[in-house]
Write a protein that binds this ligand. Structure first.
Ligand code: FAD
Length: 376
């Protein structure tokens, strides 16, 4: 007999776990803080890697659905110097191993693959406590509670389940991103659209990078990464979109106009996203009846791997539980050491560099590192 699984958080990690459990006939309930699947837009594109995220989707039996949402051509990468010189222009020949998909579509596929009622929306966990003998109680902010013999924290950076296992809390990682969108860019922002090309643009410099993705159609999504203190950002009034845009753009004075246009011509107000991280190599001693996955376990500053790792965690935990009917502890003892090692390796080697790629086939993250280290 399998123990029913209580999952907190319906992000990509929690949903992948629920799906893999369902494939193996193991009952699970996912409690999610958001009120509905459409309560929040789900962010931009995610590249799903053949060495982690795609393995999870295979275990979930969702590869056909995944291929149907891939945005063709988006694996193209252009790296530009700050004066607009093209340092690398790599087309998408379809062999890249990291197809780009809209995050919201990926979540929709996972949600659609679960039995009706699996996700309980509008259930924000407020606290958790141990009841003994591997059982735990979750209290939601509406005052209701659930008791469970297997609790999985898939509730992201600010996990309410994590304190059952660890005293670690995320700390500011020293970098924040400022995001904006340019719509109908080929017509309305042609220089910026040409600079970005068909996939991803990276314009790196020490402590300040411009990234942009071509999303569906002519939408460009700009992420400006600035290594500045939280006090520095606090001095900028992000409720005044024009002033905030001008202040961020000042950090790129002298850069090519097609690059700064990605900031100054934004069609949406700039949004500040500080990056937080748990200590590198975060781990805990085994506690009966509870574990974590994804950002709840190993939050890192964005390195292109977090969503992929969260999904693989979910798939591996699901497979371990399926392989040990009636023995939750055996499954968790198998899952956790492998998850600790996997996430620590990514942080240590900065994403895909850990997978021995070479320059021509390298990922954006590794390219940035190489170019910034050259002091460009
Ligand atoms: C700007 C940015 C860009 C990124 N780009 C990439 C990328 O290109 N590739 C990549 O692989 N990763 C990327 N990441 C990292 C990736 O987004 C995360 O690692 C990933 O979303 C983690 O998945 P998760 O399921 O663990 O957590 P989350 O996606 O955070 O999901 C957690 C879920 O739990 C819910 N929740 C939270 N608290 C509670 C609570 N108390 N009770 C109930 N529910 C709760 C949330 O509403 C959410 O639905 C990026 C991150 C950022 C910030």
């Amino acid at each position: 007999m399998h123990t029913p699984v209580t999952i907190i958080g319906a992000g990509l990690g929690g949903l992948t776990l629920a799906r893999v459990l369902h494939v193996h006939g193991i009952p699970a309930t996912v409690y999610e803080a958001e009120s509905s699947p459409t309560a929040r837009t789900q962010g931009g594109l995610l590249d799903i890697h053949d060495y982690n995220g795609q393995l999870a989707l295979k275990a979930a039996g969702l590869m056909d659905e995944f291929h149907a949402i891939v945005l063709e051509g988006r694996q193209a990468v252009r790296v530009l110097d700050r004066d607009g010189t093209v340092l690398l222009d790599k087309a998408d020949d379809g062999t890249g191993g990291r197809p780009e998909v809209p995050r919201g579509e990926l979540r929709r596929i996972l949600l659609g693959s679960l039995p009706a009622g699996t996700v309980r929306w509008g259930h924000k966990a407020g606290g958790t406590r141990a009841l003994g003998e591997g059982r735990h109680e979750v209290t939601f902010t509406d005052g209701t509670t659930v008791e469970t013999s297997l609790l999985v924290g898939a509730d992201g950076a600010w996990s309410r389940v994590r304190p059952l296992l660890s005293t670690a809390t995320p700390e500011y990682a020293g970098t924040s991103s400022v995001e904006t969108y340019l719509f109908d860019a080929d017509t309305r922002h042609p220089a910026a659209a040409k600079a970005v090309g068909g996939g991803m643009l990276i314009a790196p410099a020490p402590g300040r990078d411009i990234f942009a993705h071509r999303e569906s159609g002519g939408t460009l999504h700009t992420y400006v990464a600035l290594s500045r203190s939280q006090d520095w950002f606090a001095a900028i009034d992000f409720t005044d979109a024009a002033a905030a845009t001008a202040r961020i753009a000042r950090e790129f004075d002298g850069w090519a106009p097609e690059l700064t246009a990605l900031i100054t011509e934004g069609d949406t107000a700039p949004v500040l996203r500080p990056f937080y991280a748990l200590p590198a190599g975060h781990r805990w001693d085994r506690v009966p009846g509870v574990t974590l996955l994804g950002d709840a376990a190993h939050l890192a500053a964005p390195n292109g791997e977090g969503a992929n790792l969260a999904m693989l965690d979910g798939a591996e935990l699901g497979a371990a539980l399926a392989a040990s009917p009636g023995d939750v502890e055996a499954a968790l003892a198998e899952y956790e050491p492998a998850m600790f090692a996997r996430s620590a390796e990514v942080v240590a080697f900065e994403g895909a560099e850990a997978h021995g790629t070479d320059f021509e086939n390298d990922t954006p993250r590794a390219l940035i590192k190489m170019i910034t280290e050259q002091g460009r």
